[in-house]
Write a protein that binds this ligand. Structure first.
Ligand SMILES: [Zn+2]
Length: 183
């Protein structure tokens, strides 16, 4: 890929450092991502400087909007976790952060009890709210009880749709050929 990049240019737009990479391989598509605080924009080499400038502004707005959406949805997730902890765990689980993650292939959710952080797979996003609640509650319970022994399942016993949610996830995993487990 590096060989197709003909020119790399840095500029500053609205206080953001932007690196524009012109690629001879790209024909039409423009893409952008954030890297170490700066915005990297990949554009086709044939664009004029004016077109490039327009695209940089468009992509900066798009990336910023998507980052704001992500932050907002992580905030909602943390609020939901707080509600579940109060409802089913007498508020004993107090996560420091709860966020959506995209790069989680083998688990619906995971947590780091020492940090109190919880990560929920993007795959759960489109599922019914009670399934997301179960995945959240499962990780919240792990902040109290790391294993999957009777004490762990005892913590979850107040959740009304426990078995339905577990069955739902097993069904999704099976039909998608995934080896995802909720344990
Ligand atoms: Zn577990």
């Amino acid at each position: 890929m590096a060989t197709s990049v003909r020119q790399v240019r840095q500029t500053v737009v609205d206080g953001v450092t932007v690196e524009v990479r012109r690629s001879t391989r790209r024909r039409r598509t423009v893409s952008a991502y954030r890297q170490e605080g700066r915005l990297v924009v990949l554009v086709p080499d044939r664009l004029t400087r004016a077109e490039e400038g327009e695209w940089v502004r468009t992509m900066l707005a798009r990336v910023t909007a998507s980052e704001q959406r992500q932050r907002r949805s992580d905030t909602e997730l943390l609020a939901r976790a707080g509600h579940l902890s109060r409802t089913y765990l007498a508020g004993r689980a107090q996560p420091s952060s709860v966020r959506w993650v995209a790069n989680q292939e083998s688990r619906w959710g995971s947590c780091t009890p020492a940090e109190g952080s919880i990560r929920i797979s993007d795959k759960v996003r489109g599922m019914p709210a009670w399934v997301l609640d179960y995945v959240l509650l499962h990780e919240l319970a792990h902040l109290i009880e790391p294993g999957h022994g009777p004490d762990f399942w005892g913590l979850l016993s107040g959740f009304p749709r426990l078995e339905r949610a577990r069955g739902y996830l097993q069904g999704v995993a099976a039909s998608a050929g995934l080896t995802l487990s909720d344990e």
